[in-house]
Design a protein. Structure first.
Length: 324
């Protein structure tokens, strides 16, 4: 056969295969495409989701290609799972609990098709204020312009709950802005907002960035108000921001934190989620390299603070490993 004949023969063969419904060699190799709903490009979810996408792509027994989508984050991500628009998602454990149980912002719209895969690292509620604003406590936010978190964020829920613990409502602020995390950082640097809330892992790019100018400080969330907050919403734990985590932050600052976690849509095959989970734990080094906060993921702690039932695929994996 001449090369030309060979091409014609191949085209005919592929056409025939398509007609009889047999998979072409290309289809047989095609990877299943899934979406991981992540979060802010300047946060921690996004680089972590990128690392997971690379890990699962390489995994030989997992014919999967995961695309990473940025989003407002936790609340938006739970809704993406609920609406069938994402297969996997990162979100806060408090928000996952509300979504699963149909409480708080998920009243009458529970997200039942979501199973836990692992919890990862503490996400600290960073309340960042400009030094010129004179804000020393969340109660000083009264009458101020405050970025309370992007639309669809878990941050917004944390901001509202913390304000409430200090006796404030959104209406007590001069203005509550729901802008992107990167925009909020810029607004802080320019003094267009007095303060901003960010629920994000320690060392999140957005927080490092706001501290570069030397014109901001962390506001502690402590005292009887923080205790009342933890009592009312048990997902919060007291967690310190160690001294010198951010430029010019010389003292340790106490705040509250929730946990970041990974979920999978319930209708994903058990085997797929089993292999996905296994692939991540088989390549923890690459996962850990994605961000300092990622180093918290270990087999031993993978179920700490897990607020919802596990996906059967993840459950199978942990059973096999003897993790309770
Ligand atoms: N925890 C944040 C939120 O849901 C997102 C943080 C991130 O993207 O790293 O509001």
């Amino acid at each position: 056969m001449t090369p030309r004949h060979r091409i014609v023969a191949l085209v005919l063969l592929l056409g025939l295969a398509a007609l009889v419904g047999a998979p072409t060699p290309i289809e047989a190799q095609a990877k299943r495409l899934v979406t991981i709903a992540s979060g802010w490009v300047v946060g921690v979810y996004y680089p972590l989701a990128g690392a997971m996408s690379r890990i699962v792509y390489k995994a030989k027994d997992l014919n999967l290609r995961a695309t990473v989508e940025s989003s407002g984050a936790s609340v938006a991500n739970a809704k993406l799972i609920g609406g069938g628009e994402a297969e996997f998602a990162l979100l806060q454990n408090d928000i996952a609990y509300y979504a699963h149980n149909g409480t708080e912002m998920f009243k009458d719209q529970a997200v039942k098709n979501m199973g836990g895969v692992f919890t990862i690292y503490p996400e600290l509620i960073h309340v960042v204020a400009t030094t010129t604003s004179g804000i020393r406590s969340p109660k000083d936010l009264k009458g101020k312009t405050v970025a309370i978190g992007p639309l669809g964020s878990g941050t917004e829920a944390n901001a509202v709950q913390i304000l409430e613990a200090y006796g404030l409502k959104l209406g007590d602020l001069r203005k509550a802005e729901r802008i992107g995390a990167g925009e909020a950082a810029d607004a802080l640097k320019d003094g267009r907002v007095d303060a901003a809330f960010f629920t994000v892992g320690l060392g999140g790019a957005v927080i490092i960035d706001t501290f570069v100018t030397g014109k901001v400080a962390l506001v502690p969330v402590t005292g009887t108000e923080a205790e009342a907050l933890k009592k009312r919403y048990p997902f919060y734990t007291t967690t310190p921001v160690p001294a010198n985590t951010y430029k010019g932050q010389e003292q340790e600052v106490s705040t509250v934190a929730v946990m970041a976690m990974m979920v999978a849509r319930s209708d994903l095959p058990e085997d797929l989620v089993y292999r996905f989970t296994k692939a991540i734990f088989d390549d923890l080094a690459q996962f850990h390299a994605a961000h300092a906060a990622a180093k918290h993921l270990t087999l031993k702690t993978a179920l700490d603070g897990m607020p919802i039932p596990l996906h059967p695929g993840a459950e199978k994996f942990y059973k096999e490993k003897g993790v309770k």
